[in-house]
Design a protein around this ligand. Sequence first.
Ligand code: ADP
Ligand code: MG
Length: 249
Amino acid sequence: MGILEVKGVNKRFGGLQALGDVNLSVQERSVHAIIGPNGAGKSTLLNCLVGKLIPDTGSVMFDGNSVLGRKPHEINQMGISRVFQTPEIFADLSVMENVLIPCFAKRDGSFRLHAFETVANEGELNDEAEKMLADVSMLEKRHMLASSLSRGDKRRLEMAMCLVQRPKLLLLDEPTAGMARADTNNTIDLLKEINDRRDITMCIIEHDMHVVFSLAQRITVLAQGTPLVEDTPDNIKGHPKVREAYLGE
Ligand code: ADP
Ligand code: MG
């Protein structure tokens, strides 16, 4: 049994079958990549996992509980966090202030802007924020303005903010899209560190095969809404159906 078990999921948009009988099993602590051509249904599948879309049929079980029928914030509280293409950070705040926001929100259930004024008395939250920054090797940059960071470091900051919630499963939709090679490698290292050190399971949608083969232990190839094959990176590389459907050979 995986930490995430998707069974028989179908999703139609009008006449278009975006997902057709999708099965997916993601093992705890693994990095599982989902690849496939544009329009294959990858983002639709992710949206079904976080409650943004509701499958027409099928089941989605996380950690033994069904996510279907739950609201996105409830699914988030179950331990599933999602990371988007562009890091979601507050550009005009410092690195430290960015991480304090989810720390406050977690403690108080909401964030009040005036909270920063009392931050001097909030030793516990400061410690928590600094720990999260240390975990992504960003502690030395805590006084920098978020907007001045490289793309790779913005991703590190976003991950520190995300770690505050103690996620069990991280869903990443093309986390290196549009990045220069140095930032991409920075992000690969970051995700490896988090997967190893924090035991966080990851499900990653990615077009860059260098990223996929650097990180994933299992790869599912989605084509026209249906899993074509699921296997190890080595087997996927040589798979004739994959070369034909995905690599265009
Ligand atoms: P991918 O992420 O693999 O590129 P998507 O999941 O975004 O693919 O899309 C799968 C198919 O579903 C595409 O044909 C897309 O146009 C369609 N689609 C996605 N979202 C919607 C929507 N909200 N309404 C109608 N069609 C959609
Ligand atoms: Mg997509």
